[in-house]
Design a protein around this ligand. Structure first.
Ligand code: HEC
Ligand code: HEC
Length: 390
């Protein structure tokens, strides 16, 4: 039996790739201009592309530190690592209860979907306003300031032609349409979903993976080993759509605190994801504190800082975290009075939110590690097949 069959993968991938020959709509083409226009920021020196580098899968530039700096003088640190903007196009709307039904049952997968690491933006269009107005990013004081900057651009006339001069005389309507162009650009341009990785070619039957990469894939999928595919699905979805390597679900993994995040200098400060501080509507829901969105693992080998707080800096380290979190906590968490303090990036009273039910997090004392050192290497080799060639 071929490896593809063994893993339950479709032998042939169906039409999921955007047709590169298809021209961008006028809105998407304008969106590409906005995306890399620093004149839309208070500093005059920062565009979307400054933080979402087109040559690094639209994640942070390879040379950047753990967080990016923005604001009028580019001296205000961000809170979280910059996610890649690739493969976001099938992100479902945020919901607190996502039901997955099978022939036998309907299971509640809990909070799922939405944009940003805490799901607070309901669409790419709504999302686009957040960096434009964020005081530590492009730092416009309000929509009026964004509109003023848009009117001063060389492409403003094209915006007016597209949407009608009369409509765009209102600031909020102008900015709303500008956001729409950014959404169209991200949805239409094949640069945001190239599906050019070796794994995509493997799915399409165009190449074989090495023995090590295949071992890594099996460990990634096997519920008794990595069980990674539980949250980072590896198989084509219904209709043949290529896998996004995320089910968009939220979890508290208990990733250790990263002292390299400037906000963490304040000992009382905690980035709690779904329950704040950046997201406002779920702050009372203490059972969601520490939950962050499962990211796609496509292009993960191109990232320098992994997890929302960048605590891991190599793929091997990130995979080892899954194996060692509860087995060797002294390697991951600081010690106090001789004992390690697990899950130190959550206030003590919220540490019970950390996932200990889904494999590989259900490891119990006395059991062997879910992956040994050679198996960690195999999983890393597999993750490297997920990088796009462009
Ligand atoms: C100063 C750096 C910076 C700039 C400038 C910036 N972003 Fe981001 N972007 C981030 C960070 C950091 C996050 C994660 C924020 C969070 O989860 O709270 C993010 C998240 C996103 C997301 C959500 C991704 C996901 O996985 O849900 C999208 C979409 C996005 N940015 C698009 C844009 C667009 C469009 C612009 C320009 C209008 C822009 N960004 C400007 C740093 C930046
Ligand atoms: C229960 C769901 C779940 C399982 C199972 C799971 N992950 Fe994750 N994974 C997540 C979530 C949620 C995050 C984001 C956590 C954060 O940002 O703090 C994540 C983040 C990651 C990252 C960092 C990606 C980035 O861009 O920062 C890597 C690498 C990763 N997972 C690999 C794996 C591997 C390998 C396995 C199997 C050993 C696995 N995951 C199993 C939910 C899961």
């Amino acid at each position: 039996m071929s490896a593809r069959r063994w893993l339950g993968l479709l032998g042939v991938m169906m039409a999921h790739t955007a047709n590169p020959a298809e021209p961008l709509s006028g809105a998407a083409r304008l969106g590409s201009l906005l995306f890399s226009d620093p004149s839309l920021s208070a500093s005059g020196r920062q565009s979307c592309a400054s933080c979402h580098d087109p040559s690094n899968a639209f994640a942070a530039p390879r040379t950047a530190g753990v967080v990016m700096y923005g604001g009028p003088a580019l001296d205000r640190p961000g809170l979280r690592t910059v996610p890649s903007l690739r493969y976001l196009d099938h992100t479902p709307r945020f919901t607190r209860h996502y039901y997955v039904s099978s022939a036998r049952e309907s299971a509640d997968r809990g909070p799922t979907g939405g944009f940003m690491r805490d799901g607070r933006a309901e669409s790419l269009r709504a999302q686009a306003l957040l960096p434009l107005l964020d005081p530590v990013e492009m730092a416009n004081a309000n929509v009026t300031e964004v509109a003023r900057r848009l009117r001063a651009t060389a492409y403003f006339d094209e915006l007016r032609q597209l949407y009608g001069a009369e409509k765009l005389s209102a600031d909020d309507v102008l900015v709303e349409h500008a956001a729409e162009t950014l959404e169209r650009y991200q949805l239409e341009d094949p640069a945001f979903h190239p599906y050019s990785s070796r794994y995509d070619q493997f799915l399409a039957g165009k190449l074989e993976l090495s023995a090590q990469e295949l071992r890594g894939l099996r460990l990634f999928v096997d519920p008794a080993k990595g069980n990674c595919a539980e949250c980072h699905p590896h198989a084509s979805a219904a209709g043949g759509r290529a896998p996004a390597f995320t089910d968009f679900s939220f979890h508290a993994l208990g990733v250790p605190r990263n002292p390299g995040i400037p906000a963490n200098a304040e000992r009382q400060f905690f980035d709690l994801g779904l329950c704040g501080p950046r997201r406002a509507d779920l702050q009372g829901e203490r059972n969601y504190c520490g939950f962050f969105k499962t990211p796609s693992l496509r292009n993960v080998a191109r990232r320098r800082f992994l997890f929302h707080n960048g605590r891991a800096t190599t793929l091997a380290e990130a995979v080892r975290f899954y194996v060692e979190r509860d087995r060797l906590p002294q390697l991951w968490y600081p010690r106090a009075a001789g004992a390690s303090l697990p899950y130190d990036d959550l206030p003590v009273e919220l540490r019970g939110n950390v996932n200990s039910s889904d494999a590989p997090f259900n490891w119990r004392a006395g059991e062997p590690p879910v992956l040994d050192a050679a198996e960690v290497d195999d999983v890393v080799a597999f993750l490297q097949t997920l990088s796009d060639t462009n």
